[in-house]
Design a protein around this ligand. Structure first.
Ligand SMILES: [Zn+2]
Length: 256
């Protein structure tokens, strides 16, 4: 049944700021009646509402606390507590260590967490963290982004999606993505940095991560401002034999 498929909908994929037709990073992952809002970059709450109300989201999963992946948590807090949304319970929120304190400081001007906890049931991630959300199993691995950051493997009914979050190529990502149906992988950098720590993928890296993990299909996302989506897909395709798509805003992909 179509509704039982694992589906990925791109709410936005721009970085580091939203463009007129593309919010920052955010995705809706669904299977059957389960829905996970995966990364909440600027502008993604608006697009989420094309598909689901905030009170129908079963969980939110945040890769890391850069604003282009998390800023709409602030807007979601106001929606959840001070508007027409009626939450039956706080929304389960999975994110990096420090997330609860960061939200409390921003939203309440004090370390008091209680208002935040009325909106979100915060679960801070650690490497290897697993969670069951309705029909979905989420496995998070720490990745290499210079701050606490995670990739996630989401599985349902034998289908699998892996999302890189933001990261340099790293063994944890390749292992997490091993044999998955779809790898949604960032391709931020036009080229690797000449010096200093690498914290993103180039398109070539993206293709090599996909090939190294023997994934079924690659979707390139989080393409930086010094690349076009067409360039990113072409350069990734040169290093990966399978199908390669771009995470265009509004696109929905059926997985498996
Ligand atoms: Zn980042």
């Amino acid at each position: 049944m179509a509704s039982d498929l694992l589906r990925l909908t791109v709410l936005g994929s721009a970085t580091p700021y939203a463009s007129v037709d593309n919010p920052c990073s955010g995705y809706l992952v669904s299977s059957g009646g389960t829905r996970v809002w995966m990364d909440a970059g600027s502008g993604t709450l608006a697009q989420l509402q094309r598909h689901v109300r905030l009170d129908e989201v079963d969980a939110i999963w945040i890769s890391h606390l850069h604003a282009d992946h998390s800023a709409d948590l602030l807007t979601a807090y106001y929606a959840a507590l001070y508007a027409d949304i009626q939450l039956a319970a706080p929304i389960p929120l999975y994110g990096p260590p420090g997330l609860a304190d960061r939200l409390a400081h921003f939203l309440t001007n004090s370390p008091t967490r209680s208002p935040v906890e009325s909106a979100f049931a915060v679960h801070e991630l650690a490497d290897g963290h697993q969670a069951r959300v309705g029909a979905l199993t989420l496995t998070s691995r720490a990745v290499a982004h210079g701050i606490p950051a995670f990739a996630v493997r989401i599985e349902a009914e034998g289908r699998s999606l892996v999302y890189s979050g933001d990261t340099a190529p790293c063994p944890n990502l390749t292992r997490l993505a091993e044999g998955c149906d779809v790898l949604l992988c960032e391709a931020e950098s036009a080229q690797a940095p000449a010096e200093g720590e690498q914290v993103h993928h180039t398109p070539e890296d993206t293709g090599e991560t996909a090939g190294g993990a023997r994934v079924g299909r690659l979707i390139v996302t989080h393409v930086g401002r010094f690349l076009t989506p067409q360039q990113a897909v072409a350069r990734a395709s040169a290093r990966f034999d399978g199908p390669v798509d771009y995470a265009a805003p509004g696109a929905t992909f059926s997985i498996g």
